[in-house]
Design a protein around this ligand. Structure first.
Ligand SMILES: Nc1ncnc2c1ncn2[C@@H]1O[C@H](COP(=O)(O)OP(=O)(O)O)[C@@H](O)[C@H]1O
Ligand SMILES: [Mg+2]
Length: 581
């Protein structure tokens, strides 16, 4: 669907066409029903305007009391039907709006989750969520405004103009002159709206990001008395957002007084013209009443059309951003289709270099091979490139040059699913979902039985938790807030153990454990056969459990050897672990 891809310069109507083409066919039954309601609401509004002619001519001018019942009946029936159709139409509008917005919020969320890691480097998670919400709602608004609100009001206007036309064609033509004037006014406004709507998503994102930043770091905020800073940042974001929304409101509201003035002008003209016509051409008062009523009733839908049109410009801009977000090709290409199921877990870096941006590279020409079943520590000062190295093993990023491979297969050729199944990552800040401990362990492997989960819990030295909560039913709280750091890490390790992966990657994942628990976990890991393990670590205790050590310095591999050999040869290593010279 290349011809559909949306960029910054795509005309708004093309964007609208795409949303409508995607959303309406799914809901065609409701849409057919809503067309019936639209026509009904418009038709009965016209009929109500027309009925004033009957009131004036048949009842008052003819002074016919018996006609009063008939006319009253007609008026009551017509307004009842008008209300029923309008009510039905407005219910459908709300349904459409919500269901389309839901669909697109789901779509944006799913798309964001599928984005590669590059996408998440710069944007706060709350800002991502703001995007999901604002962009999805914009799609809902676009569909409702285009498929229902605008047509309803336009049909109503047509009905009222038809009534006017039958009463007085000349004056109807005069009022029609207003249409291009209104159109000019509105299109002028929509250009201005487009200019300001662009930044709204970003600003809403900043609003949420700054707010949730303060809450997620609440302990730091309080202990350093950073409340004032948080409030100041929040105030600034609010101020910018408010200013932006105010300018949008100013532009949107400007349509109303302009149109009211034009309406008054026409009524004034009409009164002069009407008195002249009654005197010289014998027009009935009923005809004038119906004309004026229809004209006055046309005001509301006409005003709504211009309002809707302006609002639509804003929604379309946001829909445009939504599509460019969804359509944006990933920076890291999709994987191939080869499987790691039958290969041994060796890891090879063949002259791998990597840079996050044009600035200094994070890895320089790194070259090594790790044998299947080997346990390797990755050490180096912070910023040396340790996390980057394992991120490349996990293929969160692709090397800028060189090749990373597992079992002899370059990672770019491996199917994403197979790669994820083969590697278990345990990171320093263990992320847990709010749920029970057992659920969090089972997240490691959807096919694992509960017995396997308990076995994994024992392998991860979770005995203290098992003793007080044998069924592991304790709820961990948002991001494991109800647990100690060491407990969180061991649950993270249990989740990895239940996965039965071929490669385990510990990114400083035992930093919060005491030596005894770490030792037990290490011994259990040693018992797992044919499993390759990478430990990023700052602890000398971990080094004693590994076969070899990779030492990084400023992104370069400076040594790969046994711990004893490196300890003898490298002063850097001794300094790193405070081993004395
Ligand atoms: N997402 C990122 N964007 C830009 N630079 C990064 C990013 N992550 C890490 N870096 C930089 O890359 C280098 C290596 O970082 P990292 O691999 O995290 O080091 P380590 O894990 O050894 O502390 C550092 O200079 C760091 O500032
Ligand atoms: Mg790191």
């Amino acid at each position: 669907m290349d011809d559909e891809s949306i960029s910054k310069n795509t005309p708004p109507l093309r964007i609208a066409a795409r949303v409508l083409r995607e959303a309406l066919p799914l809901r065609w039954k409701t849409y057919v029903l809503s067309i019936v309601f639209m026509i009904g609401a418009a038709g009965f509004t016209g009929a109500l305007a027309y009925s004033t002619k009957l009131i004036v001519n048949d009842v008052f001018v003819a002074a016919d009391a018996s006609a009063a019942y008939r006319v009253a009946g007609i008026v009551v029936f017509v307004s009842l039907m008008k209300s029923v159709f309008q009510y039905g139409n407005s219910v459908i509008q709300t349904m459409f709006n919500r269901s389309v917005a839901n669909d697109y919020q789901r779509l944006v969320f799913r798309n964001l989750l599928a984005k590669d890691i590059w996408h998440f480097d710069k944007k706060h998670s709350a800002a991502q969520m703001a995007q999901v919400r604002v962009l999805g709602s914009a799609a809902g608004k676009t569909v409702v405004n285009f498929s229902n609100k605008l047509p309803t009001d336009i049909l109503t206007l047509i009905a009222l103009f038809t009534v006017m036309l039958f009463q007085d064609p000349l004056m109807t033509l005069v009022s029609c002159v207003l249409l291009p004037v209104i159109f000019l006014l509105v299109s002028n406004l929509s250009n201005r709206i487009r200019a300001i709507a662009n930044a709204e998503t970003e600003l809403t994102g900043a609003f949420f990001a700054i707010g949730s930043e303060a809450f997620s770091g609440i302990k730091t905020v309080k202990s350093y008395k950073l409340e004032k800073k948080s409030i100041r940042k929040f105030d600034e974001a609010l101020k910018v957002l408010e200013k932006r929304l105010l300018s949008i409101a100013k532009v949107t509201s400007a349509t109303v007084p302009r149109m009211e003035f034009l309406g008054g002008l026409v009524i004034g003209l009409f009164v002069v013209y009407a008195s002249w016509q009654t005197i010289t051409h014998g027009k009935t008062p009923g005809e004038f009443t119906a004309f004026i009523t229809a004209f006055l009733m046309a005001y509301q839908p006409a005003e709504r059309v211009s309002h809707t049109w302006v609002e639509l410009q804003r929604a379309l801009i946001q829909c445009g951003s939504m599509y460019s977000l969804i359509d944006k090709p990933p920076r890291r290409p999709a994987g191939g289709d080869r499987s790691l199921a039958d290969v041994l877990p060796s890891i090879r870096f063949d002259h791998v270099s990597f840079r996050y941006s044009a600035k200094a590279p994070a890895l320089r020409n790194v070259d090594f091979e790790i044998q299947p079943g080997e346990r390797v520590a990755v050490v180096g000062k912070s910023g040396a490139g340790k996390s980057t190295l394992v991120d490349l093993v996990l293929r969160f990023y692709d090397p800028t040059s060189g090749t990373a491979s597992i079992g002899g297969i370059p990672l770019t050729e491996v199917a994403e699913d197979s790669l994820r199944d083969s590697i278990a990552l345990i990171s320093q800040d263990v992320f847990l979902f709010d749920g029970t401990i057992l659920e969090n362990i089972l997240d490691g492997n959807p096919n694992a039985t509960e017995a396997e989960a308990f076995e994994a819990a024992r392998l991860a030295a979770l005995d203290d938790l098992l003793a007080e909560d044998p069924k592991l039913e304790k709820v961990v709280g948002p991001n494991g807030g109800a647990l100690s750091g060491g407990q969180r890490q061991r649950i993270g390790i249990a989740r990895a153990m239940v996965k039965r992966a071929k490669i385990y990657v510990f990114d400083e994942a035992t930093s919060a454990l005491d030596v005894e628990n770490e030792r037990r976990i290490m011994i259990n890991l040693e018992k797992m056969k044919d499993v390759t393990v990478l430990f990023i670590t700052h602890r000398i205790s971990t080094i004693s459990f590994v076969d070899r050590v990779i030492m990084l310095q400023d992104g370069s591999l400076v040594a790969i050897d046994t711990a004893t050999a490196i300890e003898t040869s490298s002063e850097e290593f001794r300094r790193l672990f405070d081993l004395g010279a």
